[in-house]
Design a protein around this ligand. Structure first.
Ligand code: GDP
Length: 196
């Protein structure tokens, strides 16, 4: 019931607007349209908790959802696709990397990728920052329902190979929001990270 309890806590453009840096939180990143909002909503069994990143004005905010008194999920901006000036993009990137590296309560990073377009420049950047910050990382290959079973497995293997390293901190799994595929598996990973 933990994820079903998720509710909006606060939105922050600057890190000093974020909730107290205590307890544990897991952040969700994803290029616009990758399926991040749908994944968060499916995980939390809610229809409209996370709004689509296309909503104007919300794009550059970190959205904090409270699960219980000590645990949170965070919806990160998907600057990779947004049509904004380069100067603004660089500023968002600075904020994001600062958040990922300085946030003590942040224990894990879920990078949501459209299984048909995995490991974009945006994804690789987030992966690099997550690794540098020593975070546990889950690459969520969503929209798996768009591929046949064999093609989806092959895509997962290709991503696993591409990111393989000795540290073992990166996991890769298939997901589909409408079909609820991989839902229990993500929740199990989040449980582990959040010490549920
Ligand atoms: P966001 O911008 O990353 O938050 O992406 P959204 O969650 O808003 O999804 C973008 C589009 O992809 C929407 O039209 C969703 O309905 C669709 N979508 C998201 N997840 C899935 C999925 O698992 N399967 C399918 N077939 N479509 C999805």
């Amino acid at each position: 019931a933990l994820y079903q309890n998720a509710h909006f806590l606060t939105a922050a453009v600057q890190l000093h607007q974020a909730p107290d840096d205590s307890g544990r939180e897991v952040a969700f990143a994803g290029r616009s349209n990758a399926g991040k909002s749908s994944a968060i909503n499916a995980i939390c069994h809610q229809n409209s908790l996370a709004r689509t990143s296309k909503t104007p004005g919300r794009t550059q905010q970190l959205i904090f959802f409270e699960l219980d008194e000590t645990r949170r999920l965070v919806d990160l901006p998907g600057y990779g696709y947004a049509k904004v000036p380069e100067r603004i993009k660089l500023e968002w990137q600075r904020h994001l990397s600062h958040y990922l590296e300085s946030r003590q309560s942040l224990v894990g990073l879920v990078i949501v990728m459209d299984i048909r377009h995995p490991l974009t420049d945006y994804d690789r950047q987030m992966l690099a920052w997550g690794r540098r910050a020593g975070l546990s990382i889950l690459l969520l290959l969503t929209k798996a329902d768009k591929l046949k079973r064999g093609a989806a497995s092959a895509a997962r293997l290709a991503v696993e190979r591409a990111v393989a390293d000795a540290s073992g901190q990166v996991e890769v799994q298939l997901f589909s929001a409408p079909e609820r595929q991989g839902l229990a598996q993500v929740q199990a990973t989040l449980d582990r990270w959040l010490h549920v």
